[in-house]
Design a protein around this ligand. Structure first.
Ligand SMILES: *Cc1c(COP(=O)(O)O)cnc(C)c1O
Length: 336
């Protein structure tokens, strides 16, 4: 069973007060691609957060609400969640240990350290890193901050919808990049409480769409993880999912899947038209509209979720070169 009714708009409103000292209120600006896509597309620029991604919101809320006596926090993410935990903990003077395997590239290790966290490197797999995090919880009293399936994290991510609707109450559809579903669950919860007729569309890549597969199966299922231009959307939703599965199942009106070719093209278009650097995960709404997989509406909003790209891969995309992702190659070229 899930305790989905436990989370309400009040939790998101409380989070927006709680995280104000660590998290920026980001701009909401119109995309230059709107006319071509068939409707206004408003961009919530979470790339302007101090860690370059929205995950700071959930991490800051969870860290502000640590149980009494907690000795600090830990997590296993080497991506945006790890960066958010490291930064929010440093700002609050809380000890943070990010656990990783030996296979994690040095640049990522350095990036997390530079944000103020300790890094524990253990073994050659994510599982071994997770064992170290569990040990820190059991033996040193740290609290493991999950990347999405946590009530405080979901409420933190939901604050994005509050800011978007305060700035543009006329928005009729939110196009939300979807992976573990913390972002979509929090935003949908808040947005539908404020504006019940607002449409919520979750968008993810067709290579390993765990939330969609789970909703179709009626319960959390595992999917094979594959390399993607939208690497921040990779990973499962957890077979023991407690919150995001039920929230996404109940609150998302439609899920749209996009291909690697479509993400490639959207990254190029966004860079050329809006002149900003964004991860593949951040432009899936543009990919869905550009490809015709999603029909436009008059006033859409999406979240530009992160800018922490692999610069070499990003340069290849925007200069029209081929990109190899595991066993597939996305053919280069320039799209108008
Ligand atoms: C984590 C992340 C997402 C997806 O968020 P979920 O809560 O896992 O659905 C999207 N974009 C970026 C850049 C992310 O880091």
């Amino acid at each position: 069973m899930t305790d989905r009714t436990a989370l309400t708009l009040a939790d998101v409103l409380a989070a927006s007060c709680t995280i104000r000292d660590v998290v920026e209120t980001t701009p909401l600006v119109p995309s230059m691609l709107g006319p071509e896509l068939g409707g206004e597309l408003w961009l919530k620029l979470e790339i302007a957060q101090p860690i370059g991604a929205f995950k700071l919101r959930g991490a800051a809320n969870a860290i502000a609400r640590l149980p009494e006596g907690a000795a600090g926090v830990t997590c296993c993410s080497t991506g945006n969640h790890g960066r958010g935990v490291a930064y929010a903990a440093a700002r609050k003077g809380v000890r943070a240990v990010v656990c990783m395997s030996e296979l994690v590239p040095q640049a990522k290790v350095d990036g997390i350290r530079a944000l103020g966290a300790e890094v524990h490197i253990r073994g050659r797999s994510q599982d071994e890193a997770q064992r170290e995090a569990s040990r820190l919880v059991a033996e040193e009293g740290l609290v493991d901050i999950p990347p999405f399936d946590d009530a405080h994290v979901i409420a933190g991510q939901g604050t994005i919808a509050l800011e978007m609707l305060a700035a543009k109450p006329e928005l009729d559809t939110l196009l939300i990049p979807l992976s573990g579903g913390g972002l979509a669950a929090g935003m949908a919860l808040a947005a539908k409480a404020i504006k019940p007729d607002l449409r919520i569309v979750g968008i993810t890549m067709d290579r390993g769409a765990a939330m969609q597969a789970s909703i179709l199966a009626g319960q959390p299922v595992e999917v094979e993880e594959m390399p993607s231009l939208a690497d921040s959307l990779g990973g499962g939703i957890g077979l023991e999912n407690r919150h995001t599965f039920a929230l996404c199942r109940d609150l998302i009106d439609e899920i749209v899947l996009v291909s690697e070719d479509e993400i490639y093209r959207a990254m190029q278009s966004f860079y050329r038209a809006d002149r900003m650097v964004a991860e593949g995960a951040s432009v899936v709404a543009i990919a869905a509209l550009q490809s015709g997989r999603l029909a436009p509406s008059a006033r859409m909003g999406t979240v530009v979720t992160g800018r922490n790209v692999d610069m070499e891969q990003f340069t290849r995309v925007v200069t029209g070169q081929d990109v190899t992702l595991g066993d597939v190659t996305v053919k280069g070229g320039h799209h108008a």
